[in-house]
Design a protein around this ligand. Structure first.
Ligand SMILES: Cc1cc2nc3c(=O)[nH]c(=O)nc-3n(C[C@H](O)[C@H](O)[C@H](O)COP(=O)(O)OP(=O)(O)OC[C@H]3O[C@@H](n4cnc5c(N)ncnc54)[C@H](O)[C@@H]3O)c2cc1C
Length: 426
């Protein structure tokens, strides 16, 4: 109660109220500092800030257990033994582990969570937002509150908003199909100033045809392209058979937004990740572990010419591109796109390979993985001030209305993505 009053006093004084100490402690407990000297140690110059999540046990029968699913463990996915042990112990890590901390923080703050509930309207009384109208399991539900925080997570799963607002191609979002732009519509309805609505957190993705979300519509579940851009023995090319970006760079998917001035179509879509048998022997492709046969849906061929014909790439240009890339690998540097020259790229490469990000593409069979323009969310939403208050078109806060996450216009502005900014080697 005392902490509550302190928060209110801070709020009156115009400062951002701090969360009570026991809530902060519950949130903090879920991460731990990266070991000194490790790739994730941000204290080393040029290294990204990253807080590994401490594995946590999902406790009780309440929300934690219902919200957090144990990860799906595939055989032969390294480190298989560690994952098995964690699953057996009921532990979750990574994103789910972070959510444990958030849930503990909510519980410590006395937050009541409601599932199966979709907010449809904001309630406004005398110019102030005083609650929401929601649907709970099909039944109307009115909730009154002194403040409402919009946090419905963006609009990448609403095809209409996507085509009306986004400035670039976003065909395969990797997020769960729950972001339908409700927060954006509620904010617009309340007279909020909207900003950054054309932008999104772009990433590359691939789509295995049989992979779907467990929703009623069976929405296709795209997956982030990771191995097939950071690791040696793979490049990306467009239909003209040319490389067009540093595949390992954090913001590589921004390159999909470039338009051909003649056709006004994306210059680099469709795009393929082209790799060879050396890649297959060491790394996963399209979700298939190394050494396994290529999935049926993933094109492969015993020559680059045949592969090009199979998927529709200019064969002569592809051959030329691969020859040029192989020469760059032999020279140990990629003068065309500078792949592997930042600490970020090397951290995601293969530390055991002669070069963490570069390797020749020379041993058949070859494969071509279709790479799609994707995103981990949209960036546009209500413009907010330093206290997360939603602003109207005159720049004044709308009383009682706040926004967070992807419902708020991204504070990073036009910077394409969230993670570490690339730094040059030292
Ligand atoms: C595979 C993947 C990897 C990622 N990696 C990173 C990373 O490394 N770093 C990083 O910073 N970000 C990363 N992200 C992005 C990050 O997860 C999102 O930006 C973040 O989760 C957005 O948070 P949010 O609270 O805005 O929305 P969400 O987490 O999407 O939450 C929105 C919630 O609101 C609910 N909702 C929607 N509409 C309504 C309604 N009308 N009423 C009530 N509830 C509603 C939804 O069901 C959902 O539970 C990644 C995302 C993915 C998918």
């Amino acid at each position: 109660m005392r902490q509550h009053q302190a928060g209110r006093a801070a709020s009156r004084a115009g400062r951002v109220p701090r969360l009570p100490r026991h809530v902060r402690r519950a949130l903090r407990r879920q991460t731990r500092p990266a070991p000194r000297g490790s790739a994730a140690d941000h204290r080393r110059p040029g290294h990204a800030r990253r807080a590994p999540v401490a594995p946590a046990v999902r406790r009780g029968r309440g929300h934690q257990r219902r919200i957090l699913r144990a990860p799906h463990v595939r055989r032969r996915t390294p480190p298989f033994d560690l994952m098995q042990r964690r699953v057996a112990a009921g532990e979750v890590a990574l994103g789910a582990g972070l959510v444990v901390g958030l849930l503990r923080g909510c519980r410590a703050a006395g937050v009541e969570l409601a599932r199966g509930c979709r907010v449809r309207r904001l309630i406004r009384t005398d110019g102030r937002i005083t609650g929401v109208e929601a649907e709970r399991d099909g039944t109307p539900w009115r909730l009154h509150a002194r403040r409402v925080v919009l946090a419905t997570g963006g609009f990448e799963h609403d095809p209409d908003l996507r085509s009306q607002l986004l400035a670039g191609p976003l065909s395969h979002p990797v997020t769960p199909p729950v972001q339908h732009g409700d927060g954006l519509r509620l904010a617009a309805d309340a007279g909020a100033q909207l900003s950054r609505t054309g932008e999104y957190w772009s990433w590359p993705a691939f789509q295995a045809p049989d992979r779907r979300w467990p929703d009623d519509a069976g929405t296709p579940q795209a997956q982030l392209v990771m191995a097939e851009r950071y690791l040696p023995h793979v490049i990306w090319v467009n239909a003209a058979g040319r490389r067009f970006v540093n595949e390992a760079s954090h913001n590589c998917a921004v390159s999909f937004a470039g338009l051909d001035a003649n056709t006004h179509r994306p210059r680099n879509l469709p795009a393929w990740a082209i790799g060879d048998a050396q890649f297959r022997a060491r790394y996963p492709v399209g979700g298939a572990p190394p050494h396994q046969p290529l999935p049926d849906w993933l094109p492969g061929a015993d020559s680059l010419d045949k592969l090009a014909a199979l998927v529709g790439i200019d064969a002569a240009a592809l051959q030329h591109t691969v020859t040029r890339f192989n020469a760059a690998v032999d020279a140990g540097r990629d003068d065309d796109f500078h792949r592997g020259e930042t600490a970020y790229e090397r951290a995601f490469g293969d530390a055991t390979a002669p070069h963490p990000n570069l390797g020749t593409i020379s041993e058949p069979p070859f494969f071509a993985l279709l790479v799609h323009a994707s995103a981990v969310g949209t960036k546009g939403g209500a413009r907010t001030d330093h206290r997360a208050r939603v602003l109207d078109w005159t720049g004044q806060p709308i009383p009682g209305l706040y926004a967070a996450g992807n419902d708020a216009a991204a504070v990073s502005g036009r910077a394409p993505s969230t993670a570490a900014s690339p730094s040059r080697p030292h």
